[in-house]
Design a protein around this ligand. Structure first.
Ligand SMILES: Nc1ncnc2c1ncn2[C@@H]1O[C@H](CN(CCC[C@H]2CNCc3c2ccc(Cl)c3Cl)CC[C@H](N)C(=O)O)[C@@H](O)[C@H]1O
Length: 286
């Protein structure tokens, strides 16, 4: 490789590292409680509205975990944040679930819910979510207490993660050497990547956490350029369209099984971001 090309590649790498470092700085102000209010209360989490975002997400995940081809022992949720909705269907299928996030404040929020009983132990009341997923499963909503107990029993650890690292999890994270049987990741990769190349690279990094034949269930934002991670905390997002998502999934070594897209109605645009749509991808590592 001649000197010029080598210099150019080093320059590109330095720019990328600057972009990732700037993203880390943005996340220092992330406020879990505010974030939960912005995205996980009505109207975005309104279980009586057909067009609300959260019921759509929960429906995609319920279908993916009950159509018979997704299974195994170990599931990793990549970039959990302070939320649990993304594993409410998964916890019935997998006996070992790892939650992960980059920020200690989010890992702390998850720990408080998982260790808490009774009221006041977490910033958001997840009961309506548990009841909704019980209904999707044909159970009585009152079975939510059993689902909560099941979730608490299968979460094995809450781990730090950085999807920009070739090995996103700590070395001692008790993941099976062959990899997890399933990965879930919701609104993480595009919200932490400065550009499309970085998004695609992160997809490749997490692929290393998955065993051959394992599934990736990926939910993310379309057409989004920023979101508020707290009062005055504006976090840049790489705007994606469906074609870019499908191309990145394939380019990073997965087989694309299914793509579903939700377009935000006006009522869901509440000023906390400029997202225009949400994608759901079911993919498989060959
Ligand atoms: N290097 C890093 N490596 C790994 N993880 C990192 C890194 N850096 C930061 N993180 C962590 O990623 C997490 C991203 N997080 C917020 C973005 C979602 C938000 C914005 N976009 C539109 C939208 C949103 C939410 C709901 C709806 Cl409906 C919409 Cl439309 C997802 C949390 C959870 N999964 C959720 O679904 O709410 C956060 O917890 C960081 O701590």
């Amino acid at each position: 490789m001649d000197r010029e090309v080598k210099k150019l590649k080093e320059e590109i790498e330095r720019e990328r590292e600057k972009g990732v470092a700037a993203m880390v700085a943005c996340y220092q102000g992330f406020d879990p409680a505010a974030y939960l209010q912005y995205n996980y209360m009505p109207p975005r989490a309104d279980f009586d509205r057909q067009d609300s975002i959260v019921p759509w997400k929960l429906g995609c995940l319920h279908r993916a975990f009950t159509e018979g081809d997704v299974g195994g022992e170990v599931l990793v949720d990549v970039g959990s944040g302070p939320t649990l909705y993304q594993v409410l269907s998964a916890c019935e299928v997998f006996d070992t679930v790892f939650l992960t996030d980059f920020l200690e404040v989010n890992r702390q929020e998850l720990r408080r819910w998982l260790q808490g009983e009774g009221k006041g132990y977490s910033s958001l009341d997840w009961t309506p979510y548990l009841q909704h997923v019980c209904k999707l499963e044909g159970r009585s909503p009152s079975a939510w207490t059993e689902k909560a107990a099941r979730l608490r029993s299968v979460v094995s650890d809450i781990l730090p993660i950085d999807v920009h690292l070739p090995r996103p999890l700590p070395l001692d994270s008790q993941l099976p050497t062959a990899g997890a049987d399933c990965l879930v990741s919701c609104f993480c990769l595009e919200s932490v990547s400065p550009d499309l190349a970085s998004f695609t690279r992160a997809l490749g990094h997490i692929r290393g956490l998955l065993r051959p034949g394992g599934h990736l269930l990926l939910i993310g934002a379309l057409g989004e350029s920023y979101y508020m991670g707290g009062p005055g905390v504006r976090i840049p997002v790489v705007p994606l369209d469906e074609a870019q998502v499908c191309a990145s999934v394939r380019a990073s070594g997965y087989t694309l099984v299914r793509l579903e897209v939700y377009t935000l109605p006006q009522g869901m645009k509440v000023g906390v971001d400029d997202v225009t749509g949400v994608f759901f991808v079911k993919a498989r590592k060959p």
